[in-house]
Write a protein that binds this ligand. Structure first.
Ligand code: MG
Length: 201
């Protein structure tokens, strides 16, 4: 973890950026959560790296293949490109411990976050971790960033069990606005680069 790395917003995919389809494997089933493009635009314009981090145990379960996963990922990229939004990185874990054994990447493990940080020169301790499950926000507690649970996807089921210090908001656009307000209470455009963090409630 570097002092000078760029802050990221690590985003879960299913149920957070795109509508939860329970093992989405068909690109035609991809639908953005309302406000997702706006959220990503706001965060990009504020200087955050946009990194998708997604568990895809459907691959280990034999429900779909890596190629199917890539087709969906490419559809997401092309849909976002129409709004001139480009992800800085996209990472997926194809494993499931019962089927493929333990791995370092499946959330809540931090493998994908650290890989992204190394490859993209990110600062995980000054980054945000956004998703619809507790497993999406737990890495923030380990890596020193901050988590936000969204109520879309499975968020409603997970809301009651979020750890202290994790915010809960309606959706990814609300998460983006929360991040901008917390990191830059003065309302300027640039994200903090001093290593300071806002006070936790
Ligand atoms: Mg999810």
């Amino acid at each position: 973890m570097t002092e000078h790395g760029r802050p990221a917003v690590y985003l879960d995919r299913d149920g957070t950026l795109v509508v939860e389809r329970h093992y989405l494997a068909d690109p035609d089933g991809l639908e953005l959560v309302p406000g997702a493009e706006r959220a990503l635009s706001l965060l990009r314009d504020a200087g955050y790296a946009l990194v998708v981090v997604t568990n895809q145990s459907g691959i280990a379960r034999g429900l779909y293949t890596e190629a199917d996963y890539r087709a969906v990922a490419q559809r997401l990229e092309s849909v976002l490109a129409e709004a001139s939004i480009y992800l800085d990185g996209s990472y997926h874990c194809p494993h499931h411990p019962d089927l493929t054994g333990p791995c370092a990447c499946r959330k809540p493990s931090t493998g994908m976050y650290l890989q992204a940080a190394g490859e993209l020169d990110l600062a995980p301790e000054r980054s945000w971790y956004v998703g619809d499950k507790v497993t999406d926000v737990l890495p923030a507690l380990e890596l020193g960033g901050r988590g936000i649970l969204v109520r879309t996807g499975y968020g409603g089921e997970h809301e009651a069990s979020v750890p202290d210090g994790v915010a809960v908001v309606d959706d990814v656009e609300a998460a983006a606005r929360y991040i901008l307000a917390e990191d830059d209470p003065g309302g300027g455009a640039a994200p903090p680069n001093t290593g300071r963090r806002p006070t936790r409630r």
